[in-house]
Write a new protein. Sequence first.
Length: 252
Amino acid sequence: MNGGRTPRYGVARVLSKRGLCSRSEAERWVREGRVRVAGRLVRDPEHPVALDEARIVVDGLAATGTAHRYLMLNKPRGLVTTARDERGRDTVYRCFDGAGLEWIAPVGRLDKASEGLLLFTSDPVWAASIADPEQGPSKTYHVQVDVLPDAALLAGLHAGVEDAGQHLRAASARVLRQGGRNAWLEIVLDEGRNRQIRRLLAAHDVGVLRLVRVAIGRVALGELAKGAWRELAPDEVERLAPHSAPAARERA
């Protein structure tokens, strides 16, 4: 008997039990100083808390075990895709200021200079399916380049290059429009590598002026304003990761 006392667990285990992340990731968050309990910074993953403790905060957002959230953001240029930046730069979380959201994390990332569709969720299983570099959905980008592309460049992007021990290639590349000195390309990737498009184009001596992600799988950014966000519709959640979306897990 516990005398009516609520069972207590290590805070990392509680975060994991709420489905926010894996146990090892929760331990890392705690050690990095990203977790507070009742306003107090906690750095011990085994710090005891009740499973239903409502005052656990990760990166300033309440880490509750409520239904998962699935969001899309039109990321502006100049923001870094992280919860906290040690150099003090503005992060993508600035776009959610005042929204009262609970804990959410970006699905993959866009670098500081890149723009467009960025997903967020509190569901780590769904996020992992989308971010998987081999099995995740394709990603479509509109890229402004500092040259007028020819057929040889497009063929080279599709054939790919070797860079830092990785084979980088585009699943497809086509010209959207061009002016006197530069052009916009549509580039589709079916694998995930760090800064893949910039590295691939640099290998062909092509500079990137703007890079905007416009779709992930069959879910498009559409007319969402720069810096704005919205909830994903249930069918969008299912389309992005059908084997790990909530409806699929409920049927299992």
